[in-house]
Design a protein around this ligand. Structure first.
Ligand code: BTN
Length: 325
């Protein structure tokens, strides 16, 4: 059923300018005219707008905005990412599901995406508010052949992917706050949670969790984060098509990941620094049991945070810290 429907979508989307006759579809899919009609009704339930004209055939007028495995796959130009899509209308956390799937052997590039998360999680065990149909709540399973110490580079890579897509689609310049927050006008609109299963010198799998506030307005942003968070809609003053944004992110992710494998981290470093928040400025560094002031110099060739200590002028490299100002 599913694959016939996918083929039907493919036929219709390849013929958007013309009507395609029921006869032709029936021959191509090897199904009856009444089966075609039933599939068309199902597609309409999914949000496709299809015009059917006697003697001429069918034509797609509109593609759905709502997310499903089908709608995400339609028009998605990728080689390996999102070949398997698990879509949940509601779930606790896409990270949980992605871990389960990865442990059961899910392939490189599998994605898990939800309309709503009831237990969305952020870094440092923080809560991540994930309201229904208002944002991107997605986890990507990767199986890179890299040693575990390089995994944080993929967080930085993902941040550049999100920044590139936001910049292109909104014309608003986002900033990346080290290591992974996407900031617009000093407020957080997106975050990345990277989790890994690894042996001593080999990564088994990495899960990149992406949370992006897209269509919330001030009323639907959770009150806990009112003062420090924002959404694309609040910044650009218009609604965004979440399905389209997810596709753009996946395409850009695949392209950037391939570039990283070919050329290494330096290309990501340059891109990251072009979006880097407060580079060259004084920042506050917070680690588990220490806080101090430093000048933020940028990131090193391996992704570490480079700061110059204001007390002794020495350059330091950090791999895990929070920054503030
Ligand atoms: C952070 O900035 O603290 C990271 C937030 C990551 C949130 C995403 S939403 C999709 C995935 N599922 C989760 O439960 N968390 C990540």
């Amino acid at each position: 059923m599913q694959s016939t429907r996918n083929k039907l979508i493919e036929i219709l989307s390849n013929n958007q300018e013309t009507y395609i006759s029921g006869q032709l579809i029936s021959e191509r899919l090897n199904i009856s005219r009444s089966a075609i009609w039933k599939h068309m009704r199902e597609l309409e339930k999914d949000g496709y707008v299809i015009e059917g004209k006697p003697k001429r055939g069918y034509r797609i007028l509109e593609f759905p905005k709502k997310i499903s495995e089908n709608t995400l796959k339609w028009g998605l130009e990728t080689e390996w990412i999102a070949k398997t899509i698990i879509h949940k209308p509601e779930t606790t956390s896409t990270q949980h599901i992605a871990h389960q799937l990865a442990q059961e052997g899910a392939s490189h590039g599998t994605i898990v995406i939800a309309d709503e998360q009831t237990k969305g999680k952020g870094r440092m065990n923080r809560k991540w508010h994930s309201s229904k149909n208002e944002g991107i709540w997605m986890s990507i399973i990767l199986r890179p052949a890299i040693p575990p110490h390089k995994a944080p580079q993929l967080t930085l890579l993902t941040a550049t992917v999100l920044a590139d897509v936001i910049m292109k689609e909104t014309n608003i310049k986002p900033y990346i706050k080290w290591p992974n927050d996407i900031i617009i006008h000093n407020k957080k609109m997106s975050g990345i949670l990277t989790e890994m299963q690894a042996e001593q010198d080999q990564v088994q799998y990495i899960i990149i969790g992406i949370g992006m506030n897209v269509n919330q307005d001030i009323k639907s942003l959770h009150k806990e984060i009112h003062t420090k968070a924002t959404s694309l809609k609040m910044e650009a003053d218009k609604e965004f098509d979440i399905r389209y944004l997810v596709q753009k992110i996946l395409q850009q992710f695949e392209k950037t990941y391939e570039l990283y494998l070919q050329k290494g981290f330096p290309v990501i470093k340059t891109k990251w620094e072009s979006y880097g928040f407060r580079i060259g400025e004084k920042i506050l560094i917070k680690t588990m049991n220490h806080e101090w002031k430093a000048t933020f110099s940028g990131i090193d060739h391996d992704g570490g945070l480079l700061v110059r200590n204001l007390d002794d002028g020495k350059m330091e490299k950090l791999y895990s810290a929070e920054i503030d100002w």
